[in-house]
Design a protein around this ligand. Sequence first.
Ligand code: PLP
Length: 429
Amino acid sequence: GNDNGKSGRTDFMTHASELRRRAAACVPGGVHSNVRLIGPDDIIDSAKGAHLYSVDGTDYIDHLLGQGPAFLGHSPDFLTEPVCDAIRNGMIVGGQTEREVRAAELLCATLDWADMVRFGLSGTEMVQAALRLARAVTGRRRVIRFEGHYHGWLDNVLITDRDGAWEAASAGQLASHLDDFLVLPWNDADLLADVLARDGEQIAAIIMEPIMINSGVIEPGPAYLERVRRMCARYGIVLIFDEVISGFRLGTGGAVRRYGVTPDLALYGKAIAGGVPVSALAGRVDLMRRIGTGEVNHSGTFNAWAPGMAAVVATLEHLRDNPPYASIADYGAKLMAGLREIGESVGEPLRVEGLPAAFHVSFGEGDVTDYRSLRQLDLDRYADLADVLVRHGVWVAKRGIWFVSAAHGMAELDETLTRFKVALKDWLV
Ligand code: PLP
């Protein structure tokens, strides 16, 4: 029962440290995703709006938001009610439901460029569906992807930078699955043009985060996406936008609408369902129908499960009827400016870059346009500060990314800046 957490607890132990000890005994590393091995680290009891509450009573202001999904705040009522209703009325039927039809129609209408969608559970699996479909329609094997972009944890996409060489990141990973992947610097259209002039006819797909949020929150340079789009058309390459983070965070139309460049396929996840696991593959009918004919397999027991579909409908209707984007832009811009000012006031100029809905904080000098220039910054120094900041009640990742939600209001802004100032001073002494 619930008391187990307290049995054996000594006066010196917090409830969290006792739970951590128990977790370490039965869960590798004490966490269920390796991303969480590097924190932030506490045992959370509940979450609501922009706040996380720990088992020992700490009230954190959350700027990680579960790595992005809680874009409209934790457990908003407009979401929890239809999701609970769906849970009570049959979660999986092994057939179709009206809800899933509505969710798909709403998603196509929201994206407007996409004719058809398939739902799944994780971003990782939808990347695989997109790559398989691209290979099927082109009859080609090879794929171009980019330095610093993350596309999930499976063998053919998980890579790490070992002194400039991109290699399999995990023990046990089949490195041969990376053979057909060419890793290029992003935001360099000339370099891509040179590669395609040689190999363009062999490339099935180009996959990218259209704004590189996983490394530094770096926007595409002027005309970069347009040039990539034109090159894909010229060589018959399927252009895949991985909008798992950018999707509903940058606006309902994601990066596609923000930059005005349309891919052939795109993937969505995270913010599409406010914390319920749902992902989507969207695309043009001439590609997507190959899944519907059965030629290209895409399956999954839990695809389009009822609570997920209820969450998609609730989220998309909410975004349509109460768009949060102006208030998020306002909040994020004030927070970014406030962090910069505090840095300056203590003689520690901070870089705060990106967009109000997702930005990156670091120390260092120089222009940052891609992964290599990002690595020139002092990212470890910020990681160290992030630890201190978590101890002062602001829940942030070491890698420098800050997410903003619709539930962050002016009270959270003042409190975050106050905590940040104290943390920065503490860290400096
Ligand atoms: N693609 C991008 C751009 C992501 O940021 C992520 C996760 O962070 C993924 C794919 C993988 O999604 P998931 O963790 O839901 O499998």
